[in-house]
Design a protein around this ligand. Structure first.
Ligand code: ATP
Length: 234
């Protein structure tokens, strides 16, 4: 579904990503893990057209998208839940969710999807008229995920969904990611929390300073000495 080949990304003279290769097959959860500054967020920015790559190719369903606009990329079926959530405060939960459907015109289907999201996140149904600024971090993460789902993505990109969350919320968010995947959405997950991210991943890639240094199934990576030492304190 997604194939990234020889991708390099620069910020001015700084090379954040150095000829990276990875792919995501339809139906999978793939996790990219790595320490601060490894280049995880940069990869998602390149995929979504928020920052242009300097070299390489990004194929989504066999179409090159590395030069496409973000609008076209969303229309093609990719949706990003950014790091730090970026929910719009001053707007209600419902208004935030509706924003996720702004490219859609099928009103009846939008309504159905909204109900579906309230079923998945009952706390959002309870708070639909509440300003998102007043929600907890975990609830804001749910709004951001719900908003991304409102564009009916085929590929959902998640940038550090566990960041700043209490362990109980982390568990809940990762359960929800698995459930969303089981209902047919392919997931690319970027995480510093290697244990949580690899536990639910079909496959994973370990990034260090802009390069892939290790790849395998989620299970293999969790068990590997390198990952144990560098990310799991083992
Ligand atoms: P974190 O987990 O801390 O968010 P990350 O793995 O997502 O880290 P990136 O944010 O992708 O890492 O950053 C990769 C590299 O690019 C880092 O060295 C960072 O300092 C640099 N970088 C990121 N954004 C910019 C920018 N706007 N201008 C210059 N350098 C940047």
């Amino acid at each position: 579904m997604l194939k990234v080949s020889d991708l390099s990304v620069h910020y001015g003279v700084i090379q954040a990503i150095n000829k990276i290769n990875f792919d995501v097959h339809e139906g999978e959860i793939v996790s990219l893990i790595g320490a601060n500054g490894a280049g995880k967020s940069t990869i998602l920015k390149a995929i979504t057209g928020l920052h242009r790559s300097s070299q390489g190719e990004i194929l989504f369903k066999n179409q090159a998208i590395q030069k496409a606009t973000t609008k076209k990329i969303v229309e093609a079926g990719i949706s990003l839940v950014p790091e730090g959530r970026h929910v719009f405060s001053g707007m209600t939960v419902l208004e935030n969710l509706e924003l996720g459907a702004y490219l859609r015109k099928d009103k009846a289907e939008i309504k159905k999807d909204l109900e579906h999201i309230y079923d998945r996140f009952p706390v959002l149904a309870e708070r639909k008229k509440q300003d998102t600024a007043t929600l907890s971090g975990g609830e804001q993460q749910m709004v951001a995920m719900g908003r991304a789902m409102m564009s009916r993505p085929k590929l959902l990109l998640l940038d550090e969904p566990s960041m700043g969350l209490a362990p109980i919320f982390i568990k809940e968010i990762f359960n929800i990611i698995e459930a969303i995947n089981q209902q047919g959405t392919t997931v690319l997950l970027i995480e510093q929390n290697a244990k949580a991210a690899l536990s639910i991943a079909d496959r994973g890639y370990v990034l260090e300073t802009g390069k892939v240094v290790l790849t395998g199934t989620g299970k293999e990576l969790l068990a590997s000495d390198e990952v144990q030492k560098a990310y799991l304190g083992g």
